[in-house]
Design a protein around this ligand. Structure first.
Ligand SMILES: [Zn+2]
Length: 95
């Protein structure tokens, strides 16, 4: 009996038919991230503890900081979802 394979979720992140959009917010966040990585001169660390950072929190003009997975809050940040980011809710880019 062959398994139904239509909905295998394994490679979701690599889906290429997600509409490629140029999102100015995300572009700005990516630029800020690469600048911050240049600045930190090594492995980025969480701003709240000293663990290696897993996310870069970004909100234009307000927030530019690294956080670990324990300190990124999906309730206060839009994790990898620029559409959820808005004033008061920074975007968290996974590193
Ligand atoms: Zn932390």
């Amino acid at each position: 009996m062959p398994p139904a394979s239509d909905d295998a979720p394994d490679e979701r992140d690599e889906v290429s038919d997600a509409a490629p959009r140029s999102d100015p917010d995300r572009d700005a966040a990516a630029a800020a991230l690469s600048a911050a990585l240049d600045d930190c001169d090594g492995e980025p660390e969480c701003d709240r503890c000293s663990k290696p950072a897993d996310y870069f929190l970004y909100e234009p003009g307000r927030v530019e900081t690294f956080v670990c997975w324990e300190h990124v809050s999906p309730f206060s940040a839009a994790v990898d979802d620029p559409e959820d980011a808005r004033p008061g809710r920074p975007l968290a880019l996974s590193l």
